[in-house]
Design a protein around this ligand. Structure first.
Ligand SMILES: NC(=O)c1ccc[n+]([C@@H]2O[C@H](COP(=O)([O-])OP(=O)(O)OC[C@H]3O[C@@H](n4cnc5c(N)ncnc54)[C@H](OP(=O)(O)O)[C@@H]3O)[C@@H](O)[C@H]2O)c1
Length: 206
């Protein structure tokens, strides 16, 4: 079982934390205001809330679950803590990227610098579905991910299995450019076909 630092204490952080804590991973949330967010630990089995340095210390895996605009500076400021660790970037740039020639996750990897191990994942999975891996018609939802290191991706796939979703390996980290674009499209489709219920998912039928 892994020690997972989840940076942020919002909707995605809590959903992922709950799911992983259930199968025995140790969760430590990294918050800008750990005292004010301490109550969140009570909702996630065995979890703690600490400031980011304390959360990162000793973590095997880091999930960055803060707004996209804050991710690059976070990765830069904490690069020494992040180097060598599997860093899961779930953030969505939406219209913050000037074009589609780079992804948010590649910018995160660049900010971490040497020995960056970044995987992009969960980008297009609405928080409302995190604890609902099987949709009402019985279909297992997919989680698409991209990364450059095969071992990192094996761990990522296992973490996705741990939540009872199906992992879909989308190839190298540069393919996170496509994942970023899939987010805007699923938001549009969800509005058109599901009245904005935020339960739509991408599904690979193979
Ligand atoms: N919502 C979704 O369905 C969804 C789906 C896929 C991916 N994502 C991505 O996942 C990330 C988190 O989304 P969310 O919906 O969980 O957001 P959220 O509920 O607003 O939570 C974000 C958390 O990040 C921290 N935070 C806020 N502003 C920050 C800043 N300027 N610098 C550092 N930390 C800050 C806060 O925790 P503290 O106050 O404790 O520090 C906050 O609880 C985003 O990048 C989003 O694009 C969201």
């Amino acid at each position: 079982m892994a020690r997972i630092a989840i940076i942020g204490t919002g909707r995605m952080a809590q959903g992922l934390g709950r799911g992983w804590a259930r199968v025995g991973h140790t969760i430590i949330f990294g918050s800008r205001s750990p005292e004010r967010k301490a109550h969140i630990a009570a909702q996630v089995e065995g979890a703690q809330v600490a400031d980011p340095p304390e959360a990162l210390d000793g973590a095997d895996i880091v999930v960055i679950a803060i707004p996209y605009e804050a991710v690059e500076s976070f990765a830069h400021d904490y690069s020494l803590w992040l180097q060598g660790k599997l860093v899961i970037d779930i953030s969505n740039p939406f219209d913050h990227l000037p074009d589609n020639r780079i992804s948010g996750a590649e910018i995160t990897a660049r900010a971490i610098g040497s020995d960056a191990h970044v995987v992009a994942a969960f980008k297009a999975n609405f928080w409302q579905t995190l604890l609902e891996p099987v949709d009402p018609s019985g279909v297992v939802r997919d989680v698409h991910f991209a990364g450059d290191d095969e071992r990192d991706k094996q761990i990522m796939a296992q973490l996705i299995h741990d939540l009872d979703f199906r992992p879909v390996d989308c190839g190298p980290l540069r393919n996170a450019r496509v994942l970023d674009a899939m987010v805007s499209l699923i938001v549009e489709l969800d509005m058109r076909y599901a009245a904005g219920a935020r339960r739509a998912s991408w599904k690979l039928l193979d």
